[in-house]
Design a protein around this ligand. Structure first.
Ligand SMILES: Cc1cc2nc3c(=O)[nH]c(=O)nc-3n(C[C@H](O)[C@H](O)[C@H](O)COP(=O)(O)OP(=O)(O)OC[C@H]3O[C@@H](n4cnc5c(N)ncnc54)[C@H](O)[C@@H]3O)c2cc1C
Ligand code: SF4
Length: 591
């Protein structure tokens, strides 16, 4: 196991201090250290040996509880999120309480990666907030779907009049998407779609028979089914000795996520270890930042106050530039916590927009179908790949839907799996039951929608005046719920999924119209949005605070709108672009 440096030099003034070591912070550390800057990376969570945690080669029957959490640990259910209000772990008899993600199969392997809700409460409206506090953050278990945004997203307002355009267009970020593709690896096939630009793909994963059939039928409807665009290196990366190429064991999708050979991108092996190898990075895990410190004369950032997460001892890290990358909601929290004479509203918040314009993806509606031709056919290794397939947005591109604006895409999957699909929904018992389960196991196909939630000023998070976390730091309070546009869009998801199955001759066996609790998508975005106008935005197009020139916020908080495409590849492309700009400004003495 690599032992990261814990010896942050508190007397030294670093060129830059970064808060958070996930996709955003890892990218910032990688880009800046490659340019020779001396960087301190503060991470609230532990450095854990991920491969040892994940044990990807372990079969379910080798685990005492087939991968389940130990007694006394509890994963929140949909009903708990719906009926109750946060803090969800309050008053519970359980020793540990986790988000719904730990209700998935194999959660015992990831229980040290996600947070215990008992230590990390939040308040306000219902919200399923999934957090990972350890080196690498959520990238250790992310779902790997790596998509680009297009000008339908960056210029959404110009297209339909709603919200704000981003201060950049696709042409500005395209070279950085290319860099991320080449540096980290992505699998998929080119489809030449204006709403979902292609990446520089490595070998794609293969569609199975039912998926090919659906793909062919969808072509006639002007819709596309494409192999999962996975942020996974399928051909290998010669420049990165910490990662291996995918050999299709499917371990990453049979459990809540994670790949012990790091074919799937994660921030530690993809970004942080290479940054450490430059000799310019100091990584300090167990360091919970709680305030951006300000120079009393200039109002500029002068460093970060942090607490050792284990001993609760406090320190100040000094730096010429401060970079927040603690994830969308945590970065906003830190900005709101950083009140001073010069920044009474929280640092970088003269606009009053920090914590506002929150957006994400609405999820829930899904459909399962039966590909009858596959019933009784020999079993195949369908789940031996890092993902199934994706159907990109097709609504409100050239058409105008009467009920809602923007759009949604479908993530889908089909075929055999380690646990036979729908075994628990199959009636019967004994030998006949087992035969039915086996015969049908490879014949199911399902689709689940991910739709764009509109950014609204009135959807916001602020600091709870009363509740504090286990470190005594005020927690976030949510003021957010889905609006009419999201509900109407969600209703449309099931209708169009049905229409596609019908066209392909796939028999519908189950459909779910229920919308899941806000937050379920784990794609939180937009609490410190970028823009040209300092009165209505928090950072400029280079994620630099309008108010404090040496403060940058490089995570999803700066996204102006959510798109319906998954955000992580965009987070990293933007962070790379901003850090190129930052390093240039630093060299010129402008920061
Ligand atoms: C199960 C799952 C599936 C997902 N699937 C996909 C997918 O398919 N596609 C996709 O694009 N995205 C997916 N995501 C989302 C993706 O993981 C995030 O978009 C991405 O990790 C965001 O990167 P980040 O750096 O902003 O945040 P994170 O990865 O959360 O990293 C933030 C880091 O900051 C640290 N931190 C927080 N507060 C502090 C503090 N005060 N002081 C110091 N450190 C702090 C945290 O401990 C953490 O390590 C998924 C996430 C999960 C959990
Ligand atoms: S399928 Fe590929 S990415 Fe997933 S766990 Fe296996 S090797 Fe890793």
């Amino acid at each position: 196991m690599r032992t990261p440096s814990q010896d942050a030099d508190i007397s030294k003034t670093y060129d830059a201090v970064i808060v958070g070591s996930g996709a955003a912070g890892g990218m910032a550390a990688n880009v800046l250290t490659a340019k020779g800057m001396q960087v301190l990376l503060l991470e609230a969570g532990k450095k854990i040996n991920i491969a040892q945690q994940l044990r990807s080669m372990e079969w379910p029957y080798e685990h005492a509880r087939r991968g389940d959490l130990p007694p006394g640990s509890h994963a929140l259910s949909f009903n708990e999120y719906t009926i109750r209000k946060p803090p969800y772990a309050k008053g519970t008899a359980f020793k540990h309480v986790y988000s719904y993600v730990e209700g998935w199969d194999g959660a015992d392997y990831t229980k040290n990666i996600v947070v215990d809700e008992k230590d990390h409460p939040y308040t306000g409206t219902p919200y399923a907030w999934v957090r990972a506090r350890c080196v690498g953050g959520k990238t250790n278990i992310w779902g790997r779907l790596a998509l680009r945004l297009s000008d339908y997203d960056f210029k959404g307002k110009s297209h339909d009049g709603y919200g704000e355009d981003w201060p950049i267009s696709y042409a500005d970020i395209e070279p950085y998407y290319d860099k991320v593709d080449r540096y980290l690896g992505i699998s998929g096939i080119a489809e030449h779609l204006p709403q979902l630009p292609d990446s520089l793909f490595q070998r794609p994963t293969r569609l199975n028979w039912g998926e090919v059939k659906l793909r062919e039928r969808l072509k006639r409807m002007g819709r596309v089914l494409t192999p999962y665009r996975a942020g996974v290196t399928t051909d290998g990366l010669k420049h990165n000795k910490y990662r291996s190429k995918c050999y299709g064991r499917g371990a990453c999708r049979r459990r809540p996520g994670g790949c012990d050979i790091h074919a799937a991108f994660d921030s530690p092996t993809g970004l942080i270890y290479p940054a450490q190898d430059t000799g310019n990075l100091t990584l300090r895990p167990n360091s919970t930042a709680y305030e951006v410190l300000v120079d009393p004369d200039t109002g500029n950032a002068r460093g970060v106050a942090f607490m050792d997460s284990e001993t609760h001892k406090t320190f100040e890290a000094k730096a010429k530039v401060v970079i927040l990358a603690a994830s969308t909601l945590e970065s906003a929290r830190l900005m709101l916590l950083s009140r001073s004479r010069q920044h009474a509203n929280g640092i970088g918040n003269s606009s009053g927009h920090v914590g506002h314009n929150f957006c994400e993806h609405v999820m829930g509606p899904s459909i399962t179908g039966l590909v009858k031709d596959l019933v009784g056919k020999p079993h195949t290794l369908d789940d031996g790949r890092p993902g199934g397939f994706y159907i990109p947005r097709f609504r409100n591109l050239t058409d105008r839907q009467p009920d809602f604006i923007r759009g949604y895409g479908f993530e889908g999957d089909s075929g055999d799996a380690i646990f036979p699909p729908r075994a628990l929904d199959t009636p019967g018992f004994g030998a006949a039951y087992k035969k039915t389960v086996r015969d049908y196991a490879g014949a199911f196909i399902n689709l689940g929608g991910f739709g764009e939630v509109l950014a609204r000023y009135e959807h916001f998070m602020d600091l709870d005046p009363d509740v504090k976390d286990a470190w005594g730091i005020p927690v976030l309070r949510f003021h957010y719920e889905f609006s009419d546009n999201e509900h109407k869009m969600a209703a449309d998801m099931v209708n169009t999924a049905r229409e596609m199955f019908e066209a392909a001759g796939i028999e519908e066996v189950a459909a779910d119209r229920e919308v899941l609790t806000p937050g379920w998508s784990i794609h939180e975005l937009g609490t410190a949005r970028m823009g040209n106008d300092p009165k209505t935005s928090v950072v400029n197009q280079f994620q630099q605070s309008h108010d404090v020139k040496n403060l940058f916020v490089v995570d999803g908080s700066t996204h102006v709108s959510a798109s319906c495409q998954n955000p992580t590849w965009t987070i990293m492309a933007l962070a790379w672009r901003s850090c190129d700009y930052l390093a240039e400004e630093f060299k010129r003495g402008n920061l």
